[in-house]
Design a protein around this ligand. Sequence first.
Ligand SMILES: Cc1cc2nc3c(=O)[nH]c(=O)nc-3n(C[C@H](O)[C@H](O)[C@H](O)COP(=O)(O)O)c2cc1C
Length: 166
Amino acid sequence: MESEAIRVIKTRRSVRKFKTDPIDEAIIRDVVDCGRLAATGRNDQPWEFVVVRDASMRGRIADLTECGKFIRVAPVCIAVMCRNTKYFLEDGSAAIQNMLVAAGAHSIGTCWVAGDKKPYAPQIAALLGAPEGIRLIGLIAMGYAAEPPQMPSKRSLEEVLHWERL
Ligand SMILES: Cc1cc2nc3c(=O)[nH]c(=O)nc-3n(C[C@H](O)[C@H](O)[C@H](O)COP(=O)(O)O)c2cc1C
């Protein structure tokens, strides 16, 4: 029998059309809790998680992104920021993926919006009060889906799985 965790991982898809209904604070806390439990290189845990519910702040963040305008509509945006450690990008990304799955387990839709590598990343980090040296790794738009997400095709298991060598 397939576990709930595996079901959520296999059915998760990015949601970009959101209802404006709020999300319970307990659920938001649980999602961030799952983020902070992710694996990190050397157990550095270099992250900070900023939950943005304020509509005007979400609007300002949305305006700064290139492909995250729906952050204006989604009731919650979580910014994942990291200190500049050796594995900050891997660590922050692991936390984000955990949170996408955790939100899915609560029937909440998400979309990962790029942070690090984008020219707007330092501006959003500063807007959210980050001191020098704290980088924006990514943003998560979170909310109840207004319509079923698109189902982009995935490379098949047969294509990507290799035993012993490529
Ligand atoms: C590092 C990273 C950055 C992403 N940035 C954006 C983004 O800025 N805007 C967006 O709409 N989706 C973004 N996505 C979501 C991807 O487009 C999406 O995961 C991909 O198309 C696969 O679709 P799925 O999430 O439904 O499986 C990002 C995903 C990752 C992992």
